[in-house]
Design a protein around this ligand. Structure first.
Ligand SMILES: Cc1cc2nc3c(=O)[nH]c(=O)nc-3n(C[C@H](O)[C@H](O)[C@H](O)COP(=O)(O)OP(=O)(O)OC[C@H]3O[C@@H](n4cnc5c(N)ncnc54)[C@H](O)[C@@H]3O)c2cc1C
Length: 483
């Protein structure tokens, strides 16, 4: 069944909570039948160390997209993936019998590439249902507010936050179209931007959960231009911004990726962490932590930018890449926590403020004897593996509720991501784009962290994988690659 995305829904960690969006945020109306079979199993188990046309390091959306596109151009890719699964910062799994996402969860109608993939593989998208209670921060802690008026008030604040974004990004897919304006704004943190707005104390509480949540815990981390760019990509308005994370893919994020991987017909090696990448000038030698060396004329490096610094590149990474990896692009604190909650009669959406245990907390549907909730935690850290720690955090918002089980993924401490979604830091857009995307010798780089458009999203990872495949194809043909 094919399904065109239509309705706005929910957020990563803090968007305007429109009623339609809350509908979808609070609980899925359908659950995927299948997330694919044998996820991550190798298509072919050749002996390591032999020659291939192209080596792809990393089996997230960027790497798998690059592999599939290269295969379509006649290349024979081998994918080396450190984890025991594909997907990277997407991870569809099961909790309390329901399909859940531990990483990326939502897509939206203004993201044409991922929607094209959903259609290509005949998948559908899912929406959620309306919560009955909205909690917003107040001077005395989380407080229930009327859904409609609270939503409208929050939306108006978001419009103030992003006033001027159209001048900054007149052509969102060309983010440096107004370079002078971007350069002038690129030193502004999200907190600086809040300071400019003349907010009341309560308005500040309402907005700073969003800016801190997206920044990974502290509104001083992310560049204002980063969030304003998302706003522009989404159509310069709240409805579009909400819609950008409004839909779930029926088979889950991993299910779609598995479909793409099947098309790549790639040789996939899981549990194969890369330690070094050497470009001899004549070929690329990729050596794993187990000491196995793969050789090919070209390689696509599709690991997160934050991880680049953990791989020994010879010759070393170009300065722009070394700088970005040292600064970080994936946000430092990104802990996504699923919990089964009892004692809660209604469906809740709660938004925290900076410094709260959760920046976003959403009901996600009923399970046997309770309901599922998902929370985004950054700073202060909450131990998502501890029922009692999560319950303590939850009771800050919902004193009546109890947590009976948890499932969490802390992306900031995960060695193969070293961060969550990408949010550009100060000056990164104006000084590192587009140089960070250019090939280096025989290496092309792919990552949602270096996208031109939807950086920090699956959409951006696909964009970047497409670009990297094109770069490799421009360097040589598969026939020339036969070594
Ligand atoms: C909590 C969270 C929520 C998010 N929510 C959304 C959302 O709702 N919508 C959305 O569109 N996006 C969302 N994102 C962002 C989205 O997940 C990423 O932008 C996207 O998945 C990045 O894809 P990628 O292929 O560039 O990187 P990754 O998915 O990180 O893939 C990189 C791969 O490289 C592998 N790797 C790392 N080091 C090595 C090594 N040394 N050797 C071999 N392999 C290695 C990793 O294991 C990984 O599989 C979210 C992210 C997080 C963390």
């Amino acid at each position: 069944m094919r399904d065109q995305p239509t309705a706005p829904t929910t957020a990563l960690s803090g968007h305007r909570l429109s009623r339609r969006r809350l509908v979808q945020a609070a609980g899925l109306t359908a659950v995927a039948a299948s997330a694919g079979t044998a996820l991550g199993s190798p298509a072919r188990a050749d002996s390591p160390g032999t020659n291939r046309d192209v080596i792809v390091v990393g089996a997230g959306y960027a790497g798998v997209t690059a592999a599939r596109e290269l295969r379509a151009r006649g290349f024979r890719p081998v994918i080396l993936e450190a984890r025991s699964r594909i997907g990277g910062r997407t991870w569809t799994t099961t909790f309390e019998g329901k399909q859940v996402e531990l990483g990326a969860q939502w897509i939206g109608p203004t993201q044409p590439l991922v929607n094209a993939e959903v259609r290509r593989y005949g998948l559908s998208t899912l929406t959620g249902s309306i919560p009955s209670r909205l909690l917003m921060p107040s001077l005395s802690g989380p407080a229930a507010v009327d859904l409609e008026s609270g939503d409208a008030r929050y939306g108006a604040l978001m419009e103030r936050l992003f006033a001027g974004a159209r001048d900054l990004f007149p052509d969102p897919l060309n983010p440096l179209a107004n370079r002078a304006a971007v350069v002038a704004a690129d030193g502004l943190t999200l907190r600086d931007r809040l300071d400019q707005l003349g907010l009341t104390a309560e308005e500040r509480l309402w907005l700073s959960g969003t800016t801190a949540g997206y920044s990974g815990g502290d509104s001083r981390i992310g560049a204002y231009t980063a969030l304003a760019h998302w706003w522009a990509l989404a159509g310069y308005n709240v409805a579009g911004y909400d819609a950008a994370m409004s839909l779930r893919i029926s088979t889950g994020m991993t299910g779609l990726l598995q479909s793409m991987l099947n098309d790549a017909q790639a040789e996939l090696h899981l549990r194969t962490a890369v330690a070094s990448v050497t470009d001899t000038g004549g070929e690329v030698r990729v050596t794993t932590t187990a000491g196995v060396t793969y050789r090919a004329p070209w390689a696509v490096i599709a690991v997160p930018v934050n991880v680049w610094k953990t791989i020994a590149f010879r010759p070393g990474l170009a300065a722009v890449r070394a700088q970005a990896s040292a600064q970080g692009v994936g946000v430092p604190h990104s802990n996504k926590i699923w919990m089964k909650v009892t004692g809660l009669p209604d469906r809740v959406a709660a938004r925290g403020t900076e410094g709260d245990p959760f920046t976003t907390l959403l009901s996600q549907g009923d399970v046997n004897g309770g309901q599922l909730m998902v929370a985004f935690n950054s700073l202060p850290p909450v131990d998502g593996t501890s029922v009692s720690a999560v319950q303590r955090a939850l009771r800050y918002y919902l004193p009546e509720a109890s947590v009976t089980s948890v499932l969490a993924q802390n992306w900031g401490t995960d060695r193969y991501s070293l961060g969550g979604w990408a949010l550009r830091r100060l000056g990164q857009l104006s000084t590192q784009q587009p140089a960070i995307q250019t090939p280096q010798g025989r290496l092309a780089f792919a990552s949602g962290d270096i996208a031109t458009g939807w950086i920090g999203f699956v959409e951006g990872a696909i964009e970047s994988g497409l670009r990297a495949a094109g770069q490799v194809a421009a360097m040589g043909t598969p026939a020339l690659a036969a070594v």
